[in-house]
Design a protein around this ligand. Structure first.
Ligand code: URA
Length: 207
């Protein structure tokens, strides 16, 4: 697993707004969108480009397009707040969706939705989930991708806990992680500390 902590003044400022308990749902969503722009920008730095001839109003020259736009996969519900922004920056990309819920008997994450291409062989995937806490659901989500042959997964999250990063590392999955911060730890309720609370509730309200 390759970890990149995106340390940028704008990322720090937006993340601080998200952390602040006084930030309302609308302002939280706006800050997450702006932070997502920075994460996508950094994570897409190495995307392959293909040359194509173009003509400017002045002359012929060489233009570029993304050779293989990544599949974007938000993890429901909290990843939805990152999806539009990521798609706006990568309009050539397709989008899949993964919905995960905890099985109340086994306490393990289970997919109630996996809207994904049948085969992901040779495709790069950007997984969007603002919070990497225990890592359990992200490992499950990424396993759904590798089960379909994916060998190039990039996880974009606002915040990560050391415990979650260790779990992803131990999974041996082919991962890169981009986050704006690695926080201190998880508390006894598996919330990230200092964190920002429940990223789904902070965006959409506690329903
Ligand atoms: N999910 C959240 O939304 N917040 C946390 O702190 C941990 C998991």
């Amino acid at each position: 697993m390759q970890l990149t902590v995106v340390d940028h003044p704008i990322a720090r400022a937006r993340l601080s707004r998200m952390r602040d308990e006084r930030t309302d749902n609308a302002a939280f969503r706006a800050a997450l969108r702006e932070l997502t722009q920075i994460l996508v920008y950094e994570a897409s730095r190495d995307l392959a480009v293909a040359e194509e001839p173009i003509t400017t109003p002045v002359t012929d020259t060489t233009g570029y397009r993304l050779a293989a736009p990544p599949l974007i996969v938000p993890v429901l519900r909290a990843g939805l707040g990152m999806a539009d922004t990521a798609h706006g920056m990568l309009p050539e990309s397709q989008m899949g969706f993964v919905g995960l819920a905890r099985n109340e008997v086994t306490f393990q994450p289970e997919a109630y939705m996996a809207s994904l291409p049948e085969s992901l062989v040779g495709r790069q995937v950007f997984v969007l989930d603002p919070m990497l806490a225990t890592g359990g659901s992200l490992v499950h989500c990424c396993s759904l991708l590798t089960d379909r042959g994916c060998s190039d997964i990039t996880v974009l999250c606002a915040l990560a806990a050391p415990e979650g990063l260790e779990r992803l590392e131990a999974s041996g999955l082919p991962l890169r992680v981009f986050t704006a911060s690695v926080d201190e730890r998880l508390n006894e309720n598996a919330y990230i500390v200092p964190g920002l609370g429940d990223a789904g509730d902070r965006q959409f309200g506690a329903v």
